[in-house]
Design a protein around this ligand. Sequence first.
Ligand code: GRG
Length: 304
Amino acid sequence: MSDAHGLDARLAQWRARCERMLERCLASDDEPTRRLSEAMRYSTLGGGKRLRPILVYCAGEACGAAPEVLDDAAAAVELIHVYSLVHDDLPAMDNDDLRRGRPTCHRAYDEGTAVLVGDALQALAFEVLAGPGRDPGPGDLGAAQRLQQLRVLACSIGTLGMAGGQAIDLAAAGGQIGAAGLEIMHRRKTGALIQASVLLGAIGAGVDSGAQYTALERYGTELGLAFQIHDDVLDVAGDTTLLGKQTGADAARGKPTYPSLHGLAEASRLAIAHRDAAIAALAPLGDRAQLLTQLAHYVVNRSH
Ligand code: GRG
């Protein structure tokens, strides 16, 4: 990612905040569940780009929020993301051995533990997002804002979001889905959580409707598609060591992808077109959208 406007430094700050939050959320001294907690920590800590928490912080800041009010949402979206990775890697889904450069959770532990890691991470995400269960103090998020964040996150990972997208993915392997079907699958499977991350940041800043909210909704949709199309491209043209997971996996499973449907060059062009649409959507935010604009460039330039 380029450091043209200090983005690298901001990313490092946000990643460090996110790591501290995740460490705190995953601390446990419950002896009977020591192995489960250890597997949750193994899967979550010390790896990954933390793109979704960064989107929470970046969108929240663009709308005027302090990072303190965004911490819970940032941790929640990463916990959900890790849950999806752990379940996606299971033998019943993609049956992957490598994730973030290390053995997948079910390889390092066992399948039953990996199922429970996903379940527990999902529950923990909503617990964290719901807040500490006391009346909000000065500077805390209000109950109405938290409720709206909970709703947005829940919708993004259910039937019309990530789980539904994964169901379409499972049904599509080896079959014909078509360009429109593939776009719907990507929008739900990966795009919905990316969009929700942006919106949770906005809601944390008190922006829950109006022109800025609509702009960020559009930005999130387009960014999510750009991200997933570029991910498809990396699966064909990327490097296993850099990616920390096996390349060519989609093709080996007969999965429809943008390169398999449109060809590599057209897939890359479409990723850039969605990036540009994401950037164009940010117009109502004016200068405050600079970092979000740079993040959009990063999403289609990244090598992993
Ligand atoms: C199991 C309900 C359920 C859903 C799984 C999102 C998903 C559905 C699975 C993820 C599998 C996958 C590899 C999708 C491709 C796009 C993607 C989410 C890549 C990984 O995200 P990154 O690149 O990963 O942000 P890091 O490791 O950097 O966090």
